[in-house]
Unconditional design. Structure first.
Length: 157
């Protein structure tokens, strides 16, 4: 499964797990993926957020506020929340839509926004990684447009 992930995307998954451990959880939520994306600061997802004038520090602050108050437990086995599982599925879908043969950080970013839209549309409140981005002005359409621009520029180079 992970072999189709770019090196940067694999790092984001590792960073997401690390963020969950730091906060004291056994479950990786979409918020942890968002924090993981911020740690891979030379990625396409990072460039998308930068071009949209979104501050990584502000994202991190808002995300940690959402995650505050979790009980610190000894970690025995890491698992993905339902939202995080859906995020992985949607990242594959985003790569397919963009006709990419790999899953990159940009696909994880777009998937974060799609998970939020799906859950909000069903009035389900599970994970908030995508909601945090929405609050800062990042929409699925605006992020998709920026990803397309960046990928086009890379292919033309």
């Amino acid at each position: 499964m992970w072999q189709t992930f770019s090196e940067e995307a694999r790092k984001v998954v590792f960073f997401a797990q690390d963020e969950a451990v730091k906060i004291g959880g056994e479950v990786v939520f979409t918020e942890h993926f968002l924090l993981g994306l911020l740690r891979e600061d030379q990625s396409v997802a990072s460039r998308v957020l930068d071009r949209m004038s979104i501050s990584p520090e502000e994202i991190r602050t808002k995300t940690l506020e959402q995650l505050a108050g979790g009980a610190s437990l000894p970690v025995q086995e890491m698992s993905l929340s339902e939202g995080a599982k859906r995020l992985i599925d949607l990242a594959y879908d985003e790569a397919r839509i963009l006709k990419n043969k790999f899953i990159g950080t940009e696909h994880l970013l777009l998937a974060l926004l799609r998970v939020h839209e799906e859950l909000a549309g069903q009035n389900i409140h599970v994970d908030t990684g995508g909601r945090i981005l929405n609050e800062l002005g990042v929409t699925l359409d605006s992020a998709r447009t920026m990803v397309a621009i960046l990928q086009s520029a890379e292919w033309d180079a």
